[in-house]
Every structure is written in C-alpha cells, then in structure tokens.
Design a protein around this ligand. Structure first.
Ligand code: HEM
Length: 50
C-alpha cells in the first residue's frame, strides 16, 4: 500500500486523511469524530483492505 495519502502526499495515516476532509466532506469528518474507538478501528480495517 502507498504510505502517503491525499493528492499532496501530506497525510501519513488514515486518521490524518479523514480529519483533513473539509468543504462538502466536512459532514463525514464530524460523523467520524462521533464514532467509538472500536467503530474507528473497524473503519481503518476496512480502508486497509482496499
Ligand atoms: C466514510 C467516509 C470517508 C472516508 C473514510 C474517506 C477516506 C478517505 C481517504 C483515506 C482518502 C485518501 C485517499 C488516498 O490518498 O489514497 C480520501 C480522499 C478524498 N476524499 Fe474521502 N473519505 C470519506 C468520505 C468522503 C466524502 C463524503 C467526500 C466528498 C464529498 C470525500 C472526498 C474526498 C476527496 C476529494 C479526496 C481526495 C483529496 C485529495 O487528494 O486531496 N471523501 N478520503
């Protein structure tokens, strides 16, 4: 898997990349913040599987 995310390569982790979603994607950032730790881990596991 590539080790840098987003078009500028500045996000090193999924957490970083998700928290940088702004504009029309800011709603998902807010929803992500409200997930439990276990739910965030599930999401990271899914993203790693892609
Ligand atoms: C559960 C919801 C979401 C997750 C977990 C997620 C996760 C990610 C991740 C990990 C990346 C980096 C991909 C890479 O560099 O290979 C990314 C990029 C991006 N996402 Fe999302 N995303 C979500 C929802 C959204 C939504 C709703 C939008 C738009 C309305 C959006 C727009 C984008 C765009 C435009 C990029 C590319 C940004 C760039 O390269 O600078 N995402 N997303």
């Amino acid at each position: 898997m590539q080790n840098r995310l987003m078009h500028d390569g500045a996000s090193l982790t999924f957490l970083d990349a998700i928290l940088r979603h702004k504009g029309e994607a800011s709603e998902v950032t807010e929803r992500f913040r409200r997930l439990s730790h276990a739910q965030k881990e599930d999401l990271f596991q899914f993203l790693r599987s892609l």
